[in-house]
Ligand binder design. Sequence first.
Ligand code: IPE
Ligand code: IPE
Ligand code: MG
Length: 240
Amino acid sequence: MSEEHQKKSFSVPAHIAIIMDGNGRWAKRRGLPRNAGHKQGAKAFENICDYCQKIGVKYVTAYAFSTENWKRPQSEVDAIMELLRSYLKEASKQAKRNVRLLFLGDRKPLASDLQQLMESAERESEKNTGITVCVALNYGGRAEIAHSARELAQMAARGELDPDSIDERLFERHLYTAGIPDPDLLIRPSGELRLSNFLLWQLAYTEFVFQDVLWPDFTPAHLDQAIAQYAKRNRRFGGI
Ligand code: IPE
Ligand code: IPE
Ligand code: MG
């Protein structure tokens, strides 16, 4: 942890969620193909995860690919999946750095080799205690809520569950994020002011920071700025 953060470590959020947006615009401004932006964005992601671990953040959840991103040209989807593949092939490096990796989202539509890489990265890193990095991939907040409802309905139909016992805690245990505390801080770079179907349930009381930087240009200094804004907020959770 840096000295500066050590002094005020009380204000470092335990869980930071990030919508990694602006890769395409970053590339366009440089006259490069969109895929170059995704490549640079992947580097920013690794850099920011390292930094989060250094300053004592316990969980990072990053939006890498939404259930709506399939609408993009096939070549762009393929390039994003290819980046993910190379990230996963390097995942044992992450394991050595004491990073626990988790994936949120519906895996079934992904290539089977990718699914296998995801599973083994999760398995190999499950005992790591340094930081938990959740990658939201083919993730949609509405799909996640529908998925939880479907699982509970199936259990009820089989007679394993009394519908009256369904409460918020039980519902949460069937979300992709089961066992992970809600984010304290959500960061969206790129200047867009929307959630784009990210963590709709989990962000109920999260503090939002929107920044004008494009994700491939996002540095630890931007993260520090977001944390500084977060530290000034008064979180009331409905109280006074
Ligand atoms: C975010 O960057 C990456 C993904 C959504 C996969 P974009 O590709 O959305 O970049 P912009 O918003 O077009 O600049
Ligand atoms: C959200 O960004 C998804 C990811 C960053 C993975 P989008 O670029 O897909 O969101 P919209 O389309 O601008 O709302
Ligand atoms: Mg975008």
